[in-house]
Ligand binder design. Structure first.
Ligand SMILES: Cc1cc2nc3c(=O)[nH]c(=O)nc-3n(C[C@H](O)[C@H](O)[C@H](O)COP(=O)(O)OP(=O)(O)OC[C@H]3O[C@@H](n4cnc5c(N)ncnc54)[C@H](O)[C@@H]3O)c2cc1C
Length: 424
């Protein structure tokens, strides 16, 4: 009988799944584990610090935890602090919602040089992910290139390009603001393998680039078709049309601003150049390398296996059929589908997996497992230091109390700072 469920990961996919399960079966007891003491996954550590509206979904998640039948067990890494096998011993079903946090490599020589970063690490650094608090990225030269032409790369370029005033209402971490504000930036490069029509940023994100105080977008008119080619899926037509129109507008601009943001299409990296650090990027078919001091790869993510959690397959996701790995073990979100789609995409997807799970147990007559009480005793006996919802609320209160005027919070980013809010 289905009674106790463990969800591993408190990002949108895990929490939407919990919500869908409890709506249909309010009697269920759900424990949500996260290796971090803070909930919400990439809503906190991915979504850009100046896009606070997108983070409002957390209020909905907070309401979920205000209900009685769900608990947050933060600071518990499944696969290390306790194994998946332990979860199976205590819960009737387990849902993996671990996301996709591995940065895909470029696969070219030189990418291990200091000054080259994956976007999960770089974005994690400016968003206060404790794993990347001490990344200390090199941002001491005038030019930075970001490889990738999607919303993540546009986010990074915008965060680098915005002025201090433009970022005042954000929750950009203080350690990152200090480095970014001191960076002597004059040239930012957005490099894409494919053309302007294939670029996957959304129009709102692209339009925002055109409105920045100290950044002028630079586009070569010769790179742009006059109109869209035939065969574009109807669902994408509007965005593509708008993007092309915006890029044409950018190509006409001649205004003078301190930072130029160059959109460079049809570019393939051949090698990252430099002796002790990144100094340039060799592009296929171009004689002169791009002179840069920092390179950020925003070319996708994969799900990295933790302990006895299932390994990801060649696509970088945990192999599954519609979210079922096997009876009793399910996967949702980016770990299921790969790193695409927005927060709302996870809502529908997690609901479908919740439905599948409930259907799997419709005729199950096995006695329910012991669940939370036995698990708590087990964690205690092994000295696992859980940081629960109360601890998170203390962290949140401290962050709000420390916020600068206009900013929603001053994020605590170092592990030691976060752990200070453990249960006494
Ligand atoms: C840079 C960036 C910007 C984005 N901006 C937007 C945006 O503006 N708008 C939008 O709609 N979407 C945006 N997205 C996409 C959105 O963040 C994702 O769709 C969503 O977060 C995926 O949810 P998830 O639950 O699958 O994974 P995640 O949000 O990554 O959550 C996974 C959780 O699992 C935890 N975890 C991992 N391994 C373990 C383990 N072994 N044990 C315990 N816990 C574990 C992690 O700590 C994390 O909290 C952005 C993504 C990125 C990377």
């Amino acid at each position: 009988m289905l009674h106790h469920i463990a969800i591993v990961g408190s990002g949108p996919s895990g929490l939407f799944c919990a919500d869908a399960l409890l709506r249909q079966r309010p009697d269920l007891k759900i424990d949500v584990f996260d290796r971090l003491p803070t909930p919400y996954g990439l809503v906190r550590f991915g979504v850009a610090p100046d896009h606070q509206g997108t983070k409002a979904v957390t209020r909905q998640f907070d309401r979920l935890f205000a209900g009685g039948n769900i608990r947050f067990l933060g600071h518990v890494q499944v696969g290390r602090d306790l194994l998946l096998a332990d979860l199976h011993a205590h819960y009737d079903a387990v849902v993996l919602a671990v996301g996709a946090h591995g940065d895909r490599p470029l696969g070219v020589p030189g990418e291990d040089l200091p000054g080259c970063y994956g976007s999960m690490a770089f974005v994690g650094w400016y968003n206060g992910h404790p794993d990347f608090r001490d990344l200390a990225p090199l941002l001491d030269r005038p030019a930075v290139a970001v490889i990738g032409m999607g919303n993540v790369s546009v986010d990074i370029l915008r965060v680098l390009g915005k002025s201090r005033t433009e970022m005042a209402s954000s929750d950009l971490t203080a350690h990152a603001a200090e480095v970014i504000n001191a960076a002597p930036l004059t040239d930012l490069y957005a490099l894409g393998r494919r053309g302007p029509v294939e670029a996957s940023f959304t129009s709102a994100e692209l339009a925002e680039i055109g409105r920045l105080e100290r950044v002028r977008p630079v586009v070569n008119k010769a790179d742009l078709p006059e109109s869209l080619p035939l065969g574009i899926a109807p669902a994408e037509l509007k965005v593509k049309e708008k993007n092309l129109q915006l890029l044409h507008e950018f190509a006409e601009r001649t205004d003078d601003k301190p930072i130029r943001l160059h959109f460079m299409f049809h570019q393939r990296s051949e090698a990252v150049l430099g002796k002790d650090r990144v100094e340039g990027l060799k592009l296929v078919g171009r004689e002169t390398p791009l002179e840069i001091g920092t390179l950020i790869r925003a070319i996708g993510y994969y799900t990295a296996a933790d302990g006895d959690l299932p390994q990801s397959d060649a696509r970088g996701v945990i192999a599954n059929t519609d979210g079922r790995i096997e009876h009793g073990l399910y996967v949702v979100g980016w770990a299921k589908r790969g790193p695409s789609g927005t927060i709302p995409t996870n809502r529908a997807d997690s609901k479908a997996v919740a439905d599948l799970l409930l259907a799997d147990y419709a005729n199950d007559t096995a006695p329910p497992k012991e669940g939370s009480a036995a698990l708590d005793a087990w964690l205690l006996s092994r000295g696992v230091n859980v940081m629960d919802w109360t601890c998170w609320k203390r962290i949140e209160a401290a962050e709000i109390a420390a916020a600068l005027p206009g900013s929603p919070r001053a994020k605590l980013a170092a592990w030691e700072e976060l752990r200070k809010h453990r249960q006494p």
